[in-house]
Design a protein around this ligand. Structure first.
Ligand code: IPM
Ligand code: MG
Length: 366
């Protein structure tokens, strides 16, 4: 059995609270299955700023470089909002990590268990079997990183800001490969989402998707959709998608919408896979819940740990090749939630439990 070597970056507010629970689950699974864990916990985000003067301390980055994967919590919050934008935890920690490790492939499963349809804002009759779709978001290109990215004071006293949307064909092909692999493991249906009626990058995106799939993956049924329509279709009939692939900014917005339709941000896990391989020959990746630091509920012991625990499952699957263990954790989460143990974000009027009790219920199903 391998030793799993990974860096643990809990971050801020609820980050450390849910991380503690995720590690509790992982420790148990490791004991049950006889593999060993070699992880070190390090500061990132606001915690990095407070203790090391930097959102991504050098020691933290070094630790990540020596690891086979990063288990990430979440960063940012009101405490650091007054800092200049470029020094804020999200921009100064998460984005550099994505760039440094070329974590171009963001996989966000949009999963709503049948037993949890009452947690979705959609009418249950629209989603009788729950929701099961996957968002593949390009994560290292587009508006987030394109240059120039500047704000200038003009001579007339006005101010001018520029963000640049850039894509290379090779970057589009690279994320398409991830999307195709994901579609192949499911229904072989892929929807590419763009704004090709307005944006040049989207025209290239659409043409590349059409040509690449025709040549490299004729077994995949490819469709295209404009992003505004996709935003509407996601709330109208989410299961029409199965797998969708889109550029960075569109994926940011659509994945939050998807999370909401799937009941709660507290349930949304994500994998960001890199271009490079780890020491096991598998993709190096960063695994994080997509819900943010939730400052309003931090310290109350009520945050939903499911997304962080499901992110552990994704880490085991993608960076350590432990598919069965990943599936076992996923099914324990499902069992716990389905049997009625729920944190406040998904309880909807019914009794809710705190972070620890939720984890206890998951552990009891393992
Ligand atoms: C996400 C988040 C990040 C993003 C923020 C925190 C920078 O919203 O992972 O979706 O915009 O990518
Ligand atoms: Mg987001």
């Amino acid at each position: 059995m391998p030793t799993l070597k990974f860096a643990v970056l809990p971050g801020d507010y609820i980050g450390p609270e849910v991380m503690t629970e995720a590690l509790r689950v992982l420790d148990l699974v490791a004991r049950q299955e006889g593999f060993s864990l070699d992880y070190t916990i390090a500061d990132v985000g606001g915690a990095g700023i407070d203790r090391h003067g930097k959102a991504l301390p050098d020691s933290t980055l070094k630790l990540c470089e020596q690891a086979d994967a990063i288990l990430f919590g979440s960063v940012g919050g009101p405490k650091w909002e007054k800092l200049p934008p470029k020094e804020q935890p999200e921009r100064a920690a998460l984005l550099p990590l994505r760039k440094h490790f070329t974590l171009f492939a963001n996989i966000r499963p949009g999963l709503l268990y049948r037993e949890l349809t009452d947690a979705s804002p959609l009418k249950s009759e629209r989603i009788p079997d729950g929701i099961d779709i996957v968002c593949i978001r390009e994560l290292t290109g587009g508006l987030y990183f394109g240059q120039p990215k500047t704000t200038t004071k003009l001579e007339d006293g006005d101010e001018l800001s520029v963000d640049t949307m850039v894509y290379r064909r090779s970057e589009i092909e690279r994320i398409l490969r991830t999307a195709i692999d994901t579609a192949r493991s499911r229904k072989k249906k892929l929807c590419s989402i763009d704004k090709a009626n307005v944006l040049e990058t989207s025209v290239l995106w659409r043409r590349t998707a059409t040509e690449y799939v025709a040549k490299q993956a004729p077994d995949i049924e490819l469709s295209h959709m404009y992003v505004d329509n996709a935003a509407m279709q996601l709330v109208r009939s989410p299961n029409q998608f199965d797998v969708f692939v889109t550029e960075n900014m569109f994926g940011d917005i659509l994945s939050d919408e998807m999370a909401c339709v799937c009941g709660s941000l507290g349930m949304l896990s994500s994998a960001s896979l890199g271009a490079g391989k780890n020491s096991l020959g598998l993709p190096f990746g960063l695994f994080e819940p997509a819900g943010g630091t939730a400052p309003d509920i931090a310290g109350k012991g009520i945050a939903n740990p499911c997304a962080q625990i499901l992110s552990v499952a994704l880490m085991l699957r993608y960076s350590f090749g432990l598919e069965k263990t990943a599936a076992r954790i996923e099914s324990a989460v499902r069992k716990a939630v389905s049997s009625g143990t729920r944190t406040s974000d998904i309880s909807f009027g019914k009794t809710s439990v705190g972070t620890k009790a939720m984890t206890d219920a998951i552990i009891a199903s393992l």
